[in-house]
Design a protein around this ligand. Structure first.
Ligand code: SF4
Length: 82
């Protein structure tokens, strides 16, 4: 999968640690940034395709992505970041 979308990620304007939060407040902060990101769907697809376990990607927390992975395995997932 291409990673050219990364150049347009809103997260480039913030410290990387913002997207690897230690608590729920940090997750919400990252998700608010992702909500304004023009490449959020590509980001989420990348994280799911590559089984990225850590951090907020495509506006989804680690727990949310695990849930999406399970839905994907069941064949009931349509990827949409926001
Ligand atoms: S969706 Fe979030 S983590 Fe992904 S590129 Fe955009 S700002 Fe970065």
């Amino acid at each position: 999968m291409s990673t050219e979308w990364m150049a347009d990620g809103k997260c480039r304007e913030y410290p990387a640690a913002t997207f690897f939060p230690q608590d729920g407040v940090g997750v919400i902060k990252a998700q608010r940034i992702c909500a304004e990101c023009p490449v959020a769907t590509a980001c989420l697809e990348y994280a799911l395709d590559n089984h990225v376990d850590h951090g907020v990607w495509g506006g989804k927390s680690e727990r949310e992505r695990r849930r999406l992975q399970r839905a994907r395995r069941r064949g009931t997932l349509t990827v949409r970041a926001n």
